[in-house]
Design a protein around this ligand. Structure first.
Ligand code: AMP
Length: 295
């Protein structure tokens, strides 16, 4: 595995790979890698000739007062972890090179980015789509791999790729969870033992939503109310949002139809740590063994 820090070197590598007609699979990350990231890498390895992983803690997707400075960073540990997983290139550029002083161009996916997480994190998705577009331009991947864990991000990247005719196939990978149901996240490292236990309200709320739906409940407000009750019973938890939305438009749904893919995303603060999670209904492709063994 070659570690590349400079954009020109990464570009020259990817240009040669293109010329040689090698299929490049790309996994963008912010590091602090866990099994969720590794599942994306495995999928990339299975589908591509060459796997490129990027690690870049993207400053422009963090708002003021958010955890940009505290975000866990350990490039040496991450590099070692993935060096035995069939990754060919680790791209870890410096902030100054990604955002030189005169940087002034952004990619904005309108509307979608203002809903759900966009309400409490204004500007977050503009930061995400801008950096992902830049990485796409540098790496020119045939396939790019994203986790369903960040469901709104997935919807927006797909929209950006479609709207701007980006030449990459977006592959969505299912959420990887701890055995007790907590979705894996680099931010779980912020939780102390008590908070870690309290964080189980997220998956418990989703479990209840699945059970209600399986019992024939179709009214979104009833499901949301039941989910909110579970979360509100946990003193350390504070709800940012709980929603039931159309998977594509992220517009709220009032009655769940069996034929329509539905997303049930939520964001909850456990003390000061903001966690997100989601489940989907009527989308068998995203329900992997890991998910179904928990729910
Ligand atoms: P991050 O490093 O948090 O920006 O995540 C990089 C990629 O890994 C994103 O596409 C995430 O959706 C994905 N990812 C993070 N956590 C998980 C998880 N628990 N299961 C599956 N994919 C994940």
């Amino acid at each position: 595995m070659e570690i590349i820090n400079r954009i020109p070197r990464m570009r020259s590598v990817t240009e040669k790979l293109r010329r040689d007609k090698r299929k490049v699979g790309f996994v963008p990350t912010m590091g602090a890698l866990h099994d969720g990231h590794l599942s994306l890498i495995r999928r990339a390895r299975a589908m591509s000739d060459i796997v490129v992983v990027s690690i870049f803690v993207n400053p422009i997707q963090f708002g003021r007062g958010e955890d940009f400075d505290a975000y866990p960073r350990d490039l040496a540990r991450d590099a070692e972890l993935i060096s035995t997983r069939g990754v060919d290139y680790l791209f870890a550029p410096n902030i100054d090179e990604v955002y030189p002083e005169d940087f002034s161009t952004y990619v904005l996916v309108e509307e979608l980015g203002e809903k759900l997480c966009g309400v409490s994190r204004p500007g977050h998705f503009r930061g995400v789509t801008t950096v992902v577009m830049k990485l796409f331009n540098i790496i020119k991947p045939q396939f790019s791999f994203f986790g369903q864990k960040d469901a709104q991000q997935v919807t927006m990247i797909k929209r950006m790729v479609h709207d701007l005719c980006v030449d990459t196939e977006v592959v969505i990978c299912p959420i990887i969870r701890e055995s007790d149901g907590l979705a894996m996240s680099s931010r779980n490292a912020y939780l102390n033992a008590e908070e870690r236990k309290a964080a189980l309200v997220l998956s418990r709320a989703h479990k209840q939503a699945k059970a209600l739906y399986a019992d024939g409940e179709k009214e979104a407000t009833k499901i949301i109310t039941a989910m909110r009750q579970i979360i509100e019973n946990e003193p350390m938890a504070r709800i940012d949002y709980v929603a039931i939305v159309d998977n594509q438009t992220l517009e709220p749904i009032s009655i769940i139809e069996e034929t329509k893919p539905v997303l049930i995303p939520l964001a909850v603060y456990v003390n000061r740590v903001r966690l997100i999670d989601n489940i989907t209904l009527n989308t068998p492709i995203l329900d992997d063994e890991n998910e179904s063994s928990f729910f």
